[in-house]
Write a protein that binds this ligand. Structure first.
Ligand SMILES: C[S@@+](CC[C@H](N)C(=O)[O-])C[C@H]1O[C@@H](n2cnc3c(N)ncnc32)[C@H](O)[C@@H]1O
Length: 276
């Protein structure tokens, strides 16, 4: 699949229809309990020491690197790379810890930094936007020193389960999301395999499930930090799981269920750490 085949989204933030919305969604998703849990697990496993160098690939707003940088202290160093100037600008503005940081344009699949130059490297929710996640793992392995640690966090969108009291719709959503179209949307479940294939050892894994049960459709078209029910319906139509004529009915049914306290949606995210 070429990059041209990918739909717009986080692979081209700056030229997307609404970059501010993509930045705002990063703030919201950083507060998901599942994200908080996985970042906490990652921090324990990486056990960064004062003076070490951390690379954050696809760093976004840089808030995860900021929390880890507390462990690096004033003698440590962070490099955040991202393809979005808007993300990088916010990461620079928000940096408020003593550890020095540098944020620069960079591509996960061709990092452009010297081999063996980092003690730890992470990529969170980035692989799912890449045409070739394996090349990103090859690069992460290349830039780490021997004994360096890698951390990956990503989503398995195929795990999305929607319950609005209609089993047929639940199944149609599952079938829609089970198939990767346009991008590696299920890469979360493959993180350990990718890390091992890239030569990492002592690979440890965990997962966390994000649950939405208090979506207010009169306040927002989407559950917090997620895509809208209309976008989901569009996907279902594209996947042949919903007739175009039934699209509005699907959105209305999801909204009605939410208004009546019968809306539940869940999504599983995965995390992996390994040693170079
Ligand atoms: C969903 S966001 C995740 C941001 C951050 N890692 C986090 O978890 O909060 C995906 C990020 O990857 C960046 N990105 C997309 N394609 C990239 C690439 N080829 N190389 C580096 N960064 C990329 C986007 O600009 C965006 O900031």
């Amino acid at each position: 699949m070429s990059t041209d085949d990918l739909p717009s989204g986080y692979q081209q933030v700056d030229s997307s229809a609404d970059p501010d919305a993509l930045l705002e969604a990063m703030e919201v998703t950083a507060a998901w309990p599942a994200t908080v849990d996985l970042r906490s697990w990652e921090r324990d496993r990486l056990a960064l020491a004062g003076g070490e160098r951390l690379l954050d690939v696809g760093c976004g707003l840089g808030e995860a690197a900021r929390a880890l940088a507390v462990d690096l202290g004033a003698t440590g160093e962070v490099l955040g790379l991202d393809t979005s100037t808007a993300m990088l600008a916010r990461a620079r503005t928000d940096w408020d810890v003593e550890c020095p940081a540098h944020f620069a344009l960079g591509d996960a699949m061709a990092l452009g930094v010297p081999s063996g130059s980092f003690d730890a490297a992470r990529a969170e929710r980035v692989l799912q936007w890449l045409p070739d996640p394996r090349s990103a793992l090859t690069e992460l392995a290349r830039v780490l020193r021997a004994g360096g640690r890698v951390s990956l966090i990503d989503t398995d969108w195929g795990s999305l389960r929607l319950d609005i009291g209609d089993e047929a719709l639940t199944s149609a959503v599952q079938r829609t999301m089970a198939v990767e179209r346009h991008r590696p949307s299920r890469v979360g479940r493959r993180l350990a395999d990718l890390a091992e294939a890239a030569g990492f050892r002592d690979v440890e894994t965990t997962q966390a499930t994000q649950v939405w049960s208090d979506w207010d459709p009169d306040r927002s078209p989407a559950p917090d930090g997620c895509f809208s029910m209309r976008d989901l319906a569009d996907d279902m139509v594209e996947a042949g799981e919903l007739d175009a004529a039934d699209l509005e009915g699907f959105v209305a049914a999801a909204q009605d269920a939410a208004r009546n306290g019968r809306f539940t949606m869940s999504l599983t995210m995965h995390a992996v750490v390994g040693t170079r």
